[in-house]
Design a binder for this molecule. Structure first.
Ligand SMILES: Nc1ncnc2c1ncn2[C@@H]1O[C@H](COP(=O)(O)OP(=O)(O)OP(=O)(O)O)[C@@H](O)[C@H]1O
Ligand SMILES: [Mg+2]
Length: 401
């Protein structure tokens, strides 16, 4: 397991592996002494990388480790480590995504080219390296377009562009990025299709609805972004996206592990592909999946990759929503308003409250998706769920100063 201690959710996937009977060897850049107690218990060995992101050094180190102990699989659920995991597999001759197979999961242009060939509806798109190429792309696509890094995450350096003037601004703003995608801007709602697979079979899937669209939430600090794991995945309105989700996995020949796809639903009902990662969504989304069905998705993933099966029963009991809060003002959290009211109104439906305590410094909402904290609620009825998430968005306020 690459980087079993960081980000925090990796500790829970590591625990899942141990729980299903795997002997887990950790490999990461944290010193062993710095690992959390729980994750230490799940590891049968740990090796601190000499230089984790230096691929040849890490591959040489993993070969030496493989001389000492048997390694059967290499896993990594963290985007920056996907390429490294593939390089380890190739070096050790192990199953799982190869280096070539990870490319369409990481390079957003290659990804869409592969899917175009498979007949999947992607946004009209071009790979662009210079400002001239950007202008050519816009001529073919027409405004509005989106400009974003080929290998981006967290909507960083992502711009909607509506005019030549805005295009010049966007080109200036992404100058430090070597290659960008210029894409047709798809107007619509944004959803996910997330899966756990083994041997090419989808054992479990989840669909989330982002409110508002992530780009909008990324631009306006006053917004409390929401994500809702939906109970009724058979809603006819989601059918096109779900069908696309299965086709995309086939086209990318994905066999075993976690996937996270984003897609757009246009007002006319058309589903358009957004992007896909060969890893779970971040920002506590896996926790939402757990609360929605009262299952342990961390262990479910582990069982799929270790034993090629998923034996937990998936009964979709709830819609489960998370609301991320951003304090008003700068500096340290001074006051939290409205929490008592939220607890009084929704008590039994609140799954978790995790807000920065008064006195702690604010987080950088542009960098950290969970911002200054979050609340998770769940309810069998979608409208009730949205009533609660909107109330948390509007009536719960953190102040800093
Ligand atoms: N073609 C498009 N049309 C409309 N909106 C888009 C388009 N491409 C990107 N966006 C908006 O920008 C956001 C970020 O883009 P994308 O998901 O491709 O990149 P990302 O940085 O990998 O995202 P993340 O890591 O946050 O999931 C999307 O969630 C969407 O709101
Ligand atoms: Mg995205």
């Amino acid at each position: 397991m690459i980087s079993p201690g960081y980000p925090a959710e990796m500790q829970r996937f590591t625990r899942g592996l141990a729980e299903v009977g795997a002997q887990v060897i950790g490999f990461g850049d944290q010193p062993q002494a710095g690992l959390d107690g729980d994750v230490k218990k799940s590891l049968s060995a740990y090796f601190q990388a000499e230089s984790l992101w230096d691929e040849s050094t890490s591959v040489a180190q993993i070969r030496r480790i493989a001389d000492q102990m048997q390694i059967d699989r290499v896993e990594c659920l963290w985007e920056p480590g996907m390429g490294l995991a593939a390089a380890f597999r190739e070096a050790l001759g192990l199953p799982g995504l190869t280096v070539a197979q990870t490319v369409p999961f990481r390079d957003k242009e290659t990804m869409k080219q592969v899917l175009d060939h498979a007949g999947i509806r992607t946004p009209h798109h071009y790979r662009v390296r210079t400002s001239d190429e950007a202008r050519e792309a816009v001529e073919k696509i027409g405004y509005p377009v989106i400009v974003k890094p080929i290998a981006g995450a967290g909507a960083t350096d992502t711009y909607r562009v509506d005019s030549d003037e805005e295009l010049d601004q966007a080109i200036g703003a992404v100058r430090h990025v070597e290659e960008v995608s210029v894409e047709e801007f798809v107007e619509g709602e944004e959803f996910t299709f997330d899966t756990i697979c083994s041997g090419g079979t989808v054992h479990y899937f989840n669909m989330m609805w982002y409110r508002p669209r992530p780009l909008e939430g990324k631009l306006k600090e006053w917004i409390s972004p929401q994500a809702i794991a939906l109970r009724d995945v058979d809603d006819p309105k989601l059918a096109a996206g779900r069908e696309m989700g299965f086709k995309v996995l086939d086209a990318l020949q994905f066999r075993t592990g976690f996937t996270h796809m984003e897609w757009y639903l246009k007002a006319d009902g058309e589903a358009v592909f957004g992007e896909i990662g060969g890893r779970p969504p971040g920002a506590n989304a896996v926790e939402l999946m757990n609360y929605a069905c009262d299952i342990d998705v961390f262990r479910g993933w582990a069982e799929a990759v270790v034993h090629d099966r998923f034996t937990q029963t998936v009964e979709r009991k709830y819609n489960c929503g998370i609301v991320f809060k951003r304090a008003q003002g700068q500096g340290r959290i001074r006051r939290i308003d409205g929490l008592d009211g939220i607890v009084d109104r929704f008590g039994p439906h609140i799954a978790r409250i995790d807000l920065l305590p008064v006195g702690s410094p604010r987080r950088d909402w542009k960098q950290v998706q969970i911002s200054d904290g979050f609340v998770i609620v769940r309810h069998p009825d979608l409208q009730e769920t949205l009533g609660m998430t909107d109330a948390v968005a509007n009536d719960l306020n953190l102040y800093a100063g």
